[in-house]
Design a protein around this ligand. Structure first.
Ligand SMILES: [Zn+2]
Length: 320
């Protein structure tokens, strides 16, 4: 049997030792090169686009020679106003991309010796950087599988049987239960969404799957509507999981990863942020055969090209 990719040396192209050994100056240079690849890391003004700037080396800032605006390599990116050292930011990215089922934010804060809140916001911002590759707006093509899986809203049964409620009834539910609906191309992209009902998946398929595609779905009756727009292979999971090549195993393997991520690492995710974890798992699934150095570079360059995060900027200040 062939060696699993993650066991091969080819999967390991970066590590914490190398990042810390190279040091803060090298990490800073990496960020500059990722931010301004077209000038090999020479500063370009985010205001007017002029590519000559004075260097204020002591504060790692630049002043544009044309419009005199001061800026840094983080200005206008999701790292704006992050006070962490560049070497710690790279280390955080390394830890996160190495975790194939995600990493809990308490664990990240212990590894980096930073506050939980810092780790929480940083990890969510990095998920946004990953999501840019997942939510591209392009339609899925070829053979596309669709399925849904419910997360959250668990009600702990009472100790004594007499006190237990019927957890299937709506009045006993928490309202926090959500379904992740995922569409996945065979050997291709994964595209997840968070909704309240799995039946919403039909509308999502109409918006995000090419009319030329073939689809696969399980026996759930709401998928019947898919037949109006697509050729659909159905597989009845109560009888068989793979029927002569008809299956939804690609999308199931995505849910397997997301389930392990939520149960094994985060334990609790709020319905509000479930989409972030869904995108994270989708990104990991699509990049499961990419070496970790490339993964880190993808995250940094997406993060550097990304506009300032509106969702996470001032998150804790706002909540306070
Ligand atoms: Zn300028």
């Amino acid at each position: 049997m062939a060696q699993h990719f993650l066991l091969s040396a080819a999967s390991r192209t970066t590590n914490l030792r190398a990042i810390y050994k190279a040091g803060e100056e090298a990490a800073y240079k990496t960020f500059c090169e990722m931010r301004w690849p077209e000038t090999d890391g020479e500063a370009v003004c985010p205001c007017c686009g002029f590519d000559e700037a004075y260097k204020i080396t002591t504060r790692r800032k630049f002043k544009c020679k044309a419009c005199h605006q001061q800026f840094s390599v983080k200005s206008g990116t999701i790292f704006a106003s992050r006070k962490m050292d560049f070497v710690d930011l790279l280390a955080a990215i390394c830890i996160i991309v190495n975790a194939s089922k995600g990493v809990s934010m308490v664990q990240l804060s212990r590894n980096l010796d930073c506050q939980y809140k810092t780790a929480f916001v940083l990890a969510h911002k990095l998920r946004e950087a990953m999501a840019q590759e997942v939510q591209t707006g392009e339609v899925l093509e070829g053979h596309v599988e669709i399925d849904g899986a419910y997360f959250g809203g668990h009600i702990r049964p009472e100790n004594a049987k007499a006190d237990r409620k019927d957890r299937r009834l709506k009045e006993h539910q928490t309202g926090k239960r959500r379904v992740v609906i995922a569409m996945r191309e065979c050997e291709g992209r994964t595209l997840p969404f968070v909704r309240k009902s799995e039946a919403d998946g039909v509308a999502l398929a109409n918006e995000n799957v090419s009319r030329m595609a073939t689809m696969s779905a399980d026996e759930a009756s709401h998928w019947d509507e898919l037949h109006m727009g697509y050729h659909v292979d159905r597989v009845n999971h109560s009888e068989i999981y793979s029927d002569h090549g008809k299956h939804t195993n690609w999308v199931e393997s995505y849910f397997s990863r997301l389930r392990r991520m939520v149960q094994g690492q985060h334990h609790h995710v709020s319905p509000q942020y479930l989409y972030q974890y869904a995108n994270h798992a989708g990104w990991l699934e699509d990049n499961r055969r990419t070496d970790n150095g490339t993964l880190a570079r993808i995250v940094v360059s997406n993060a550097m090209g990304a506009p300032v995060s509106r969702n996470w900027k001032g998150y804790w200040q706002r909540a306070a």
